[in-house]
Design a protein around this ligand. Structure first.
Ligand code: NAG
Length: 348
């Protein structure tokens, strides 16, 4: 093991050196700091979500991902954010930094933009790829919990309808996707038991339009061991099991949400009307490009391991760099080219 580690480190240093020589002093500094990031492949208790039956742990043998002729999000993607409940500014900034990192070329690799490249490999029947341009086009704060502190799959559409009626942003049925984020005191039908997030489209009878949307909740107080995995481990592991990992931005709930948001955005973009990219015969329970890689964050994942990820100088776990010096831990996505789960922090 130490030999392998030594080899990897030497390789890393060699690569860093080659790259550093081509860059200016400021960037060399960044590279030097990055050298402190250590690779490791932690073993964590198995993910106990309801979608565990959907996990394939990166093997392509049983995966029959198919294109069903529907549209993908091939025009520049406008995200409209709906903050439902009470959201501290610091948490909003963290999530917005992740979303804005998708199209940011400033972050060193492996970056969030590199990660989205796998998503952009999906095309529609005209050969148009999913857009690599993702921006935040508008925001709305539903501070008063307009539809209560318990939501359902249907009432979440009423939240979108209320937001659209308040006119903080346009009804953008060409390039828009609506992202509803609920604060940690809001419960959702099946949250924690079956879902950490989901995506669908609105019905004209509820909202007036067919708009692709996704919902993701902050699980920090309700079920971090399910939805903020691997930053929290199930209680049944007690003291005996391997410990949880330190979240990159010191916020278990929101750092956990970031990976779920990434998962939902990837699926929303490749299957916005649930008639494009998915595996399985049943469109009411499709297995999509994020589902196929749930719980995998790096090379060598599966069988209780999350894969090779990095640890910064403070012991915080991450696998992607973002804008403003942020770091994130985001699950891998199924690649239609490699026919396997893929991410930019791959070691091979
Ligand atoms: C579009 O997708 C195809 C098929 O996956 C891929 O070969 C190509 O590189 C992609 N183009 C861009 C611009 O990402």
């Amino acid at each position: 093991m130490s030999k392998t580690l030594f080899f990897l480190l030497s390789l890393l240093i060699a690569v860093m050196h080659c790259r550093a020589t081509r860059r200016n002093n400021e960037e060399v500094q960044t590279e030097t700091l990055n050298l402190k990031a250590k690779h490791f492949n932690p073993q964590v208790p198995p993910l106990r979500t309801l979608s565990s039956s959907k996990r394939f742990e990166g093997s392509s043998e049983f995966v029959k991902l198919k294109y069903h002729m529907g549209p993908v999000l091939s025009s520049p993607i406008n995200i409209y954010l709906i903050w439902y409940g009470k959201w501290p500014q610091s948490q909003k900034l963290l999530i917005k930094d992740f979303l804005l990192s998708i199209s940011s070329t400033a972050a060193p690799s492996p970056s969030v933009a590199d990660w989205w490249r796998t998503v952009s490999l999906y095309t529609d029947q005209t050969g148009a790829n999913i857009s690599r341009s993702v921006s935040i086009a508008g925001e709305y704060a539903d501070l008063r919990y307009s539809h209560g502190t318990h939501l359902t799959r249907l009432s979440v559409q009423e939240v979108i309808a209320s937001a659209v009626q308040a006119k903080p942003f346009p009804v953008d049925h060409r390039n828009g996707i609506y992202l509803i984020l609920t604060s940690e005191d809001v419960t959702m039908e099946e949250f924690c038991r079956a879902v950490c997030g989901f995506h669908y489209f609105t019905f004209p009878s509820k909202v007036g339009y067919t708009l692709p949307y996704a919902w993701v909740g902050n699980s920090g107080k309700q079920c971090p061991e399910v939805c903020a995995y691997p930053f929290a481990v199930p209680g049944y592991m007690g003291g005996g099991g391997p410990g949880h990992l330190a979240p990159p931005n010191a916020d278990v709930g929101v750092d956990g949400m970031v990976s779920v948001i990434g998962h939902e955005l990837a699926e929303l973009s490749s299957n916005p009307l649930v008639n494009a990219w998915y595996a399985g015969e049943d469109p009411t329970a499709p297995t999509e490009i994020g589902d196929l890689c749930e719980g995998l964050y790096g090379t060598g994942g599966g069988g209780g391991y999350i894969g090779s990820v990095m640890k910064d100088g403070r012991g915080r776990t991450f696998n992607l760099n973002g804008r403003n010096g942020r770091k994130f831990l985001v699950q891998w996505i199924w690649s239609p080219v490699l026919k396997a789960c893929a991410g930019p922090n791959a070691l091979d």
